[in-house]
Design a protein around this ligand. Sequence first.
Ligand SMILES: [Zn+2]
Length: 112
Amino acid sequence: MKSVFLFLATFTVGAVAALAYRTARHDPTPVSGLPAPVSQPTSPVSGLPTSVSKTPVNTVCAICGMDVDPKLPTAEYQGKTIGFGCRMCPPKFKAEPDKFGPLYLRNEVVKR
Ligand SMILES: [Zn+2]
């Protein structure tokens, strides 16, 4: 039991000593190799991250034919943002993106 305590004490002292040494040197390199935090690019106008305000390329929902609802979450297909007209369609698109994706990009409604 005593040896375990000695091990822990040595470990703790070593860690504190290393931290103190690093602090004393004002070492700018991050601990454990983590990359330095990168400030997220923000839009100069609104200050919001630019990735949030994406406008869909389509205006009609390819699956249900309704107008795109800007309040609904969008999806990405081949690097383009597409919008949906109802909450039923995003799961259908995600199930078969290669069937519906091209229709969304062309702003067409699927034939029934
Ligand atoms: Zn829809």
